[in-house]
Design a protein around this ligand. Structure first.
Ligand code: CA
Length: 228
């Protein structure tokens, strides 16, 4: 799946340059002009990375980065800051508020793309992740295989990601919105009901070994993966 990249930049020429280059490199860019518009996008769905200009009308990029880092929902989305200022002090301030990397204008699109690739690699190490084992279930992210009491299970990619997320967040109440953000992430137009559909399928797949009981429905809260 192509990574979705949110561009927050008020200068149309730079915004377009970025969008064209990102699209050309196989990403899905979305452009907005202000932090306020960025927030509207984020409320609908999380991007895989945010390219954030420092100097924006209204809320500044720095203040917005701070806000993104303070919100548990957006805390882990990588941020690449753009700025016209080259002073070291400003750079440090950028890292201070939680930017993951930094590019000074004027930048070469090639360099920017290289930085973006590196950030995305760092943010999504899923494939290289270690196998997880919980209560007789073993999930191997590298090979996309799951075993229940030693027997292989056949899961769709979505159910696989869902189970992986559950196994990494044992005993936590996970809302449908949180699951959508973390498991579906890339899609904008998905209803919370969709989560229930996939939970149902996952439970069916886990039923033969009784592991379906590990997925608990929390009334009004979402779901919890509870080894017992
Ligand atoms: Ca600007």
């Amino acid at each position: 799946m192509s990574a979705r990249i949110l561009i927050v930049e008020d200068e149309p020429a730079i915004r377009d340059l970025l969008a064209v280059n990102l699209r050309h490199a196989g990403y899905v860019p979305m452009s907005v002009e202000s932090a306020e518009d960025a927030q509207k996008q984020l409320d609908a769905a999380l991007p895989d990375l945010i390219v954030l200009d420092w100097m924006l009308p209204g809320q500044s990029g720095i203040d917005y980065a701070k806000r993104l880092r303070a919100d548990p929902r957006t805390r882990e989305v990588p941020i690449l800051m753009l700025t016209a200022r080259a002073q070291e002090g400003d750079k440090l301030q950028g890292f201070d508020v939680g930017a993951d990397d930094y590019v000074t204008k004027p930048f070469s699109p090639r360099e920017l793309l290289a930085r973006i690739r590196a950030l995305l690699r760092r943010a999504a190490p899923e494939v290289a992740e270690d196998p997880v084992e919980v209560a007789g279930l073993r999930l191997e992210p590298g090979t996309f295989r799951v075993f229940a009491d030693g027997a292989p299970l056949s899961l769709s990619p979505t159910e696989f990601k869902l189970l992986h997320y559950f196994m990494k967040h044992v005993d936590r109440v996970l809302s449908r919105a949180k699951l959508l953000d973390n498991v579906w992430g890339d899609h904008v137009y998905i209803e919370e009901r969709t989560v229930d559909v996939h939970i149902r399928r996952l439970r069916v797949a886990l039923q033969p070994t009784g592991h379906d009981r590990l997925i608990e429905t929390v009334r009004g809260g979402g779901y919890r993966f509870l080894p017992r």
